[in-house]
Design a protein around this ligand. Sequence first.
Ligand code: ADP
Ligand code: MG
Length: 292
Amino acid sequence: MTVPDRGFEPERRTRALVEALPYIKRFRGATVVIKFGGNAMVDAALAESFAEDVVLLRSVGMKPVVVHGGGPQIGTLLERLGKQTEFRDGLRVTDSETLDVARMVLVGKVGRDIVGSINVHGAYAVGLSGEDGGLIRAKERDPDLGFVGDVVEVRPGIVERLLAEEMIPVVSTIGADDSGQAYNINADTVAGALAGALQAEKAVYLTDVPGLLLDVDDPGSIVARSTVADIRALVGDGTITGGMIPKVEACIEAVEAGARTAHMLDGRVPHVLLLELFTDAGIGTMITSEPV
Ligand code: ADP
Ligand code: MG
């Protein structure tokens, strides 16, 4: 005889759905730009749960846009090819061979994998490079760094057209200048600029820490809410360092350009996007332009 499990599970499950209802209503039609990176991207199970979340957002009428990184994957291929590269201030000096590898890995591998994992659920995702449709106009950051680019302008038309067709754009962050020269650009930076250009409801950064921390070694020191002014102070006093700097700068750019909020979430937590968007649980760090 099979005894069905009639514990508290059904009640908890229905409660979770009911709790989601006001959020689903509120976010209908809202654009959410999601930067996917870090550990979440290299762990197969987490990559699958990320794809499910993105498809769920679309299914309840939201407009998710994925922007992805891929530094570690670029490093791995360069190593396999026996190509030596050098870092300056955390940025890889990028000669034209290194740029070719970066572009192949981001557009041809990492972007493809994300599109593939989303499209297991239906024909939704379309991958694009920032070169496509003139999406990301770039310029050289510093001649000593080679083809490392800064964003000059985001022209979101191609992304808006895909969203209007209910597609899920997946953006690899290679940009081009007016002569057609390609540049590799930090994905955090692109996600912030794109969220601003799209006037997104949210810019969401999935990373490998619980959020913005006052002490990087203490997960309990997480900052639940922060403003542009708070963050500038934390960069100034050295609390924010390394890869967190382009991330918070991108969050500032997004909210100052008109995205409503920016969020940093722990990409190592399965379905963290759903927790942030559809539950009352405060999770990660929320950044706004002014105190709320
Ligand atoms: P991602 O793949 O998400 O871009 P990064 O390594 O570029 O990852 O940036 C996240 C890292 O920033 C964290 O793993 C952490 O080591 C570092 N970091 C520096 N300062 C802070 C801070 N104040 N709070 C949280 N993380 C920080
Ligand atoms: Mg980073």
